[in-house]
Design a protein around this ligand. Sequence first.
Ligand SMILES: Cc1cc2nc3c(=O)[nH]c(=O)nc-3n(C[C@H](O)[C@H](O)[C@H](O)COP(=O)(O)OP(=O)(O)OC[C@H]3O[C@@H](n4cnc5c(N)ncnc54)[C@H](O)[C@@H]3O)c2cc1C
Length: 267
Amino acid sequence: MISIEEYKIVESIEEAYELNQSKSNQLIGGMCWMKMQDKSIHTAIDISNLGLDTIEEYDDCFKIGAMTSLRTLETDKKLLQHFGDGVSESLCHIVGVQFRNCATVGASVFMKFPFSDVVTALLALDAEVELYKKGVIPLQEFVKMPLDRDILVRIILKKQAIKMKYLSLRNSYTDFPVLAVAVAQTENGIHASVGARPQRAELVKDHHNILTKGITRENAREFANFVANSLTFGTNTRGSAEYRKHLCKVLVARGILALNGDEKNED
Ligand SMILES: Cc1cc2nc3c(=O)[nH]c(=O)nc-3n(C[C@H](O)[C@H](O)[C@H](O)COP(=O)(O)OP(=O)(O)OC[C@H]3O[C@@H](n4cnc5c(N)ncnc54)[C@H](O)[C@@H]3O)c2cc1C
């Protein structure tokens, strides 16, 4: 059970940051993850009064506040219009709608859970994170950094010509993914993000220009093999390393073909 001695709704991020430096205090998001822990917290720090629960559109980017719920991210019309249904697809299997109405984007990204659908999808979209102390850094760098006591304030998604597809395999519909894959065609070429390996998600770019002359079934398979051979896979209760590597080849190839409008491939 979790027990909380004091509850503080802060008036600024600075106040939240100062309080959060004490190991006995803890920032709260939607508390969906924290409530499952056995822990006692001195002060629970609530940033929900700071207007960080919205998605703002600018000329060149979208800024997603840390307290935005996963459900808002999943259903936001502007994001769907700009990035297609890849983000929505990455979120729709997470537990249930009521859960996604509470769980926040900020906590989901900050915690860099190895099984994270959210991180896998946002990596493929070249997302950046705005941290209170460290400033704006690419998510690709952030996922490699150790956890600390900074605060994630916003996620930034640059507007760019991009197509993204998301695929995951789950043993049952709302379980954690056995493997999560997001592929995207960006202004700088095609890349694939692979999470739940079961390590944290990583991005693999088309360094060998396998897909630069266009997408065919053969080169989709070749790129998928390249991605699978560039990453390490592990074994846990959901699947073996060998199975995950095989899934990676299948899901990346399917995603690449889907980018090309070929959704019906049966490989
Ligand atoms: C049963 C269950 C199943 C799940 N299945 C999946 C799944 O299949 N795929 C998937 O991607 N995710 C899954 N998740 C994770 C979920 O999507 C959320 O990421 C998780 O619940 C955290 O969100 P929260 O808002 O509840 O955070 P909280 O529980 O409130 O906080 C979690 C941690 O984040 C810290 N934190 C919160 N906000 C910030 C911030 N802005 N800056 C810095 N630190 C912060 C808190 O201090 C705490 O340590 C699952 C979670 C649960 C409980």
